[in-house]
Design a protein around this ligand. Structure first.
Ligand SMILES: [Mn+2]
Length: 337
């Protein structure tokens, strides 16, 4: 039996946090459960240490995550952020969570990176591209939520029930409910500790998975109808068009998790979801099973991610052309795996 060893948090990160009274926290655009859960989990830990914390996100939280506790701490106002920063002077540390590269900060990027105080990045993406003044990247961690839990231990900070709840959401989302390869013995150990804080998995599972609106179910019907299989059913494509959104009355946020339906087909090695976003943008998400590496394919298009979960965005090409280009690369990736 192998020993379960907690990750070592960089001492400089602990030192920088301990020596600042104020903390500004950020995460990526269109935040998922790991982004929001790790952000709010860290905010709770830092507040327990007596810090003043400002959580800045790009846009209001998706209705899928309004069940998160302490969500009122999330602020979307750049003006209020600027006021907070001008009030704290040098006595502040900035931390970006779950951001694989600086562009993931979206419209916040320019403003939040132009600070003279320490700017730390805490991330677990394999394709991570360095930014900020300092960083802690653990690609072997299931989620940023798992890293934040380790950071809390390093800081010797008390974890509240709401902090534990939000960290559990973070870990649960990024591990696909503890099913993906990234789930390690330490992941389970941390989840156990969070249960010890009063977290109820069935309660969070209900919020995460039994949360459909009629519009979302209608959209799912349309998206399932778009499924196309290739290469002996090893590669599956599904699409979300503006027309489907219009017809169902659902939003793009409602698409979250749909790719797992395509991935669930037994024969599938790679599932691809193509989303027609506004302004001629196509968003592509890929999920792989087994050895097939989709991070390499995403990188080819300027995107990134993990070996089994990656994506990219591209502008100005029709969805059918994007599909063809992705397909020709995936054929090779699947043949190699
Ligand atoms: Mn993550």
């Amino acid at each position: 039996m192998s020993e379960i060893i907690p990750r070592t948090v960089p001492e400089r990160l602990i030192k920088d946090i301990n020596s600042a009274t104020n903390v500004a926290l950020f995460t990526h655009s269109h935040p998922d459960g790991d982004a929001l859960g790790s952000l709010l989990g860290l905010a709770a830990l830092l507040e327990a240490l007596g810090k003043s914390v400002f959580c800045l996100i790009e846009e209001p939280v998706s209705h899928l995550y309004t069940f998160l506790l302490d969500k009122d701490k999330l602020n979307t106002s750049l003006e209020e952020y600027k006021r907070f920063m001008s009030g704290v002077g040098d006595d502040v540390i900035s931390i970006a969570l779950d951001c694989g590269d600086e562009d993931r900060l979206g419209i916040l990027k320019e403003t939040v990176l132009s600070v003279n105080s320490p700017f730390w990045v805490i991330d677990h993406h394999e394709s991570h591209r360095d930014f900020g003044s300092d960083r802690w990247v653990e690609s072997s961690c299931s989620s940023t939520g798992e890293m934040v839990y380790e950071l809390g231990l390093g800081l010797d900070a008390e974890l509240s029930y709401s902090g534990a709840f939000n960290l559990y959401v973070a870990i649960c989302t990024d591990t696909g409910s503890f099913r993906y390869e990234c789930t390690g013995a330490r992941t389970m150990e941390i989840a156990g500790e969070l249960l010890g804080k009063g977290v109820k998995p069935h309660e969070i599972g209900r919020h995460l998975y039994d949360n459909f609106s009629k519009e979302r179910l209608k959209l799912m019907e349309l998206v399932l109808g778009s499924i196309v299989l290739h290469d002996n059913d090893q590669i599956v494509f599904m699409s979300v068009t503006r027309q489907m959104l219009h017809e169902s009355g659902a939003t793009l946020q409602d698409v979250e998790g749909f790719i797992d339906l395509a991935r669930s087909l037994q024969s599938v090695k790679v599932a691809v979801l193509l989303k027609e976003s506004k302004n001629g943008m196509t968003t592509v998400s890929m999920r792989a099973k087994g050895e097939c590496n989709v991070a390499d394919v995403a990188k080819h298009f300027g995107g990134g991610g993990h070996r089994n979960a990656a994506g990219f965005r591209c502008q100005g090409k029709p969805i059918s052309q994007v599909k063809d280009e992705v397909y020709s690369l995936l054929q090779k990736a699947v043949a190699l795996s």
